[in-house]
Design a protein around this ligand. Structure first.
Ligand code: FES
Ligand code: FES
Length: 172
């Protein structure tokens, strides 16, 4: 028995403690966006966010997960699929067969959360997920696109709050 916080919802699951988190996410919880590729932490198809850090769910045993651990899958990245990384992936038309792409998106989102303006070398270091279709160049382009979009959003938000603050000052 385990209590798992996945995408903001607590799930009580009845499984053996050594069951990989990936299987629980897919079989017990029914979130099939997270994929099985290798099962040995090599390919990254099973990537999720675990307490804000990208992790390979095929290699996490459910028995080691605490109820306070926060797990986010591709389905929980954005309620409306409008996370900057998801938008960039669509804009750049990254996927080919698509199988590896939810893992790639989760890895890219974690990278940008830690490093908002990554270099090509940063991307290559952080994005170790395997794509058998060879979409690596488009993945790189899309990460840069997402970084630019997110920077633009931050700039707009900062300008709006500066404007609001100066208006409030004028009216006081
Ligand atoms: S299935 Fe987990 S890394 Fe390949
Ligand atoms: S898009 Fe086919 S494996 Fe990556």
């Amino acid at each position: 028995m385990a209590k798992l916080n996945i995408n903001g919802k607590v799930h009580d699951v009845k499984v053996e403690a050594d069951t990989p988190l990936l299987w629980v996410i897919r079989e017990q919880v029914g979130l099939t966006g997270t994929k099985y590729g290798c099962g040995v932490a090599q390919c990254g198809a099973c990537s999720v966010h675990f307490n804000g850090v990208v992790a390979r769910s095929c290699s996490i045993q459910v028995g080691s997960v605490k109820p306070t651990d926060v797990i986010v899958t591709i389905e929980g990245l954005s309620a409306t699929s409008t996370h900057p990384v998801q938008k960039a992936w669509a804009e750049v038309d990254v996927p080919q067969c698509g199988y590896c792409q939810s893992g790639q998106i989760m890895a890219a989102a974690a990278l940008l959360a830690a490093k908002p303006d990554p270099s090509d070398a940063d991307i290559d270091d952080a994005m170790t997920n395997i794509c058998r279709c060879g979409t690596y160049q488009r993945i790189r382009d899309a990460v840069h696109t997402a970084a630019r979009t997110a920077a633009g959003t931050r700039k707009t938000a900062a300008a709006t709050s500066t404007f609001a603050a100066s208006r409030a000052e004028d009216q006081s």
